[in-house]
Design a protein around this ligand. Sequence first.
Ligand code: SAM
Length: 324
Amino acid sequence: MNLATAGEEPGQNRVSTRGFLADVLAGLAADPKTLPPKYFYDTAGSELFDAICEQEEYYPTCTEISILRTHANDMAKAIGADAMVVEYGAGSMEKIRILLDALVTPVAFVPVDISEAHLIASARELSRFYPSLAVQQVVADFTKPVHLPAPPRPVSRCVALFFGSTIGNFDPDPTVAILRSIGDTVGPEGGLLIGVDLQKDEDRLVRAYDDAAGITADFNLNLLTRINRELGGDFVLERFRHLVRYDRDLGRIEMHLESLVDQSVGVAGRAFNFFAGETIHTENSYKYTLASFDDLATRAGFRCDQYWTDGEGLFAELFYIRTP
Ligand SMILES: C[S@@+](CC[C@H](N)C(=O)[O-])C[C@H]1O[C@@H](n2cnc3c(N)ncnc32)[C@H](O)[C@@H]1O
């Protein structure tokens, strides 16, 4: 288990303005233009994501919740008593409550997230419902190694949770790298319970990422608002639109921001030209088969212990054990 040593501050991988600026300048100078999806999640972005989860078209949230509700006891049995559970990309911490109600004497819950204010508020809210549970939040970018806080009492095992198909936001090689890093954090015989979105018909996928109420569009465009506010950008939001496409060959949903006109946009004194129809690629969401995801997890040093899926085969929850 990868524990923070004395004096080391858990959460040293916070997003810095310098890092954000460097990534934005590099991404807008690239061809095609691209921005990393982790920057969606300022406080407004986290709230917009919560609103996406309530849209009728966005099946991943309600489907994963139904799998968790149906199989929480089996999952708790697989995890075992006296575990330290670490949730990567914990967001609003709604799903963890289902599992916490089934877990036997968990030692601590460690939510890890990049969205600092939202993480702190959600951890505080969770503690109101579980006053005797140690909730030890860590503000961190999980694409880098995460150091865990010292638990309040001995731990039988460390288990990572990774809900919401957040892992689908990464290309295959970075996915293996993140899973391997999680494996280093939980240590040999540590566990990983991970939610994976499965391949399905294209219309359903596109609708999930382009809801009729326009919430996902607002979520995508909020990235430009954040650049304007934090990096002195001058994006005019009305000159961009949310665009969703499915790449069948790669099995992934893509989100873009499409420029509606020829224009030049300034960020921190640098000018970036857009032609009408040019896009900034802001997010991927890979859709897997059980076998194609298992291939990546195996490469990262995990073996599948068991998995659960819904009746329609939309989504899967897989429990892995880190091989020694
Ligand atoms: C798709 S949302 C899922 C939220 C929640 N787990 C769920 O299932 O509804 C992704 C979450 O991961 C967080 N996140 C995204 N990229 C991250 C990164 N690189 N490091 C840490 N947290 C990240 C976001 O702030 C957000 O809370």
